[in-house]
Design a binder for this molecule. Sequence first.
Ligand code: ATP
Length: 260
Amino acid sequence: MTLPVLSAASLRCDIAGRTIVDDINLKFGSEPMTAIVGVNGAGKSTLLRALAGIDRPAAGEVRLDGVSLASIPPRQRARDMAFVAQNEVPPQEMRVSDFVSLGRLPYQRLFSGNSAEDNDHVERALELVGLIDVADRSCGALSGGQRRRVCIARAIAQDSPILLLDEPTNHLDVRHQQSVLRLAKDSGAQVIAAIHDLDLVMNHFDRVIVIDGGAVAADGVPSEVLTQELVAGVFHVDSCQFCSPYGRTHLAIERELHAE
Ligand SMILES: Nc1ncnc2c1ncn2[C@@H]1O[C@H](COP(=O)(O)OP(=O)(O)OP(=O)(O)O)[C@@H](O)[C@H]1O
């Protein structure tokens, strides 16, 4: 499957007059799963929001298959890209299936409601995140992890070739962390996710971009990028990569490093 090419050229994002990320030049399109990592406040969410076209850059440009995002109409952009924000919370009173149906809006005419195809997408998305049994409940009656999965289901129902996920595994138990990343991969979409767990990055992602102080500090294959030296320099922890008895390479955090 050919992945769409999302690119950022000389991107700068400012918030309240302060430059948060600067001189970002990135191209996405070769690897299905890309992780964006960095310490709190490094600029990951700011970058993702600019890539999603939610916040306009102060300078530079984001392009989708060579076309400036700013010139793509919102409905088309919503068909091209689904975005799950870091702190997205479904409205308390809304039924779970109605919230997931919001992912189908880019395909509907005003007040047309769900078609049979829309309902199929909603049902499939809820099945994939393991929440089909609570489809008729109100979102307010869900646990934190279930709410997170409902937001992911909304994005999956959107059926777009690019999935931008800001901390998709937040609030999820260990099994659902694995299953959400697996279903993101199985969706066939180009996935770009900000994520804190470096071991999940090692085992689920093809590429990792390390953001440090609003700039790209490293970019490449996780096992090659997330060396002990880089992890110490960027995250200020001691880490080690090791091979499990099942043959997978993991990254363990040993301890916090203090300045001498
Ligand atoms: N609405 C805002 N107003 C002012 N400053 C903001 C706002 N949103 C973000 N910032 C600042 O921008 C910087 C980058 O924030 P951003 O959320 O992009 O970082 P992040 O890498 O995603 O962090 P985290 O891992 O904590 O989610 C931080 O210094 C933050 O305080």
